[in-house]
Design a binder for this molecule. Structure first.
Ligand code: UDP
Length: 241
């Protein structure tokens, strides 16, 4: 078997993706479809780990705007990511994929604590590792957690599954002439403030030379095709092609 270009990847799924067409919470059918995407990538020979967001349930900033103290609101947001992680684990196990949830906030009765070496071992054994509770620190986001875990796990790329098929120079839903970038440099994303991921996540990927692949997770089988070098995506890397 030829080694895939990106052998070990981290997939970031925002909470928004998990709510499907709903306005809030977890849509079981969408979660089941995400699990199929992950399984297809694993079956194609890739090692996959996941970071899930929590914005479909609770966002710290929104909580703070309503009067919660910011750190407490952020901890609530991190707990929301644990719910999403358990939902993904459940969906993956229902289709026979061995999965472990590792939380940055220890929660021994619910899942394993995050221990880097243990996470690596799980991946080497072919298990899908789901990182929950972000970085475990308030004032951060799950984008930054994704970049951090990708670096710690020695991932070859960070895949960001969204509802659009890459990064555009304008909002493609509002502007039909918007142009999709094939590739972009980390520095351009930062200097032009392009909405790919948080600036801290992009900087962490840049400093550790981890490409960010932005693609649509909405079409069935798209993760596996983008991994195979087919399909539409924008790649953010050191050099712009
Ligand atoms: N959060 C945090 N520290 C982290 C990761 C997440 O405090 O390291 C909190 C923060 O309040 C955030 C919420 O968890 O709003 C949910 O995460 P995020 O907004 O990144 O989820 P997504 O937008 O990907 O659904």
């Amino acid at each position: 078997m030829t080694r895939p270009r990106f052998h070990r990847i981290l997939l970031k799924l925002s909470g928004e993706v998990l709510m499907g067409d709903g306005q809030f919470g977890i849509d079981p059918a969408t979660v089941a479809r995400m699990a199929q995407e992950v399984k297809a990538a694993r079956d194609a020979g890739h090692e996959v780990c996941l970071v899930v967001g929590g914005g479909n349930i609770f966002r710290g900033l929104a909580g703070a705007a309503k009067g919660f103290e910011r750190s407490s609101a952020d901890y609530m947001g991190m707990l929301a990511t644990v719910m999403n992680a358990l939902a993904m684990q459940n969906a993956l196990e229902q289709i026979g994929v061995d999965t472990r949830v590792l939380s940055a906030i220890p929660m021994a009765t619910v899942c394993e604590p995050y221990i880097r070496r243990r996470a690596v071992r799980h991946m080497e054994k072919g298990r899908i590792v789901i990182f929950a509770a972000g970085t475990g620190n308030p004032f951060f986001t799950t984008d930054t957690a994704a970049a951090l875990r990708a670096a710690e796990m020695g991932c070859d790329a960070l895949f960001k599954g969204t509802s659009v098929d890459g990064v555009y120079d304008a909002d493609p839903k509002k502007n039909p002439t918007a142009k999709r970038y094939e590739s972009l440099s980390f520095n351009r994303v930062l200097s032009d403030d392009l909405k790919v991921m948080d600036a801290s996540a992009v900087a962490l990927c840049r400093d550790n030379n981890i490409p960010i692949v932005v693609f649509s997770i909405r079409e069935q089988g798209n993760l596996a095709s983008v991994l195979a070098g087919e399909g539409v995506a924008t790649i953010v890397q050191t050099q712009e092609n």
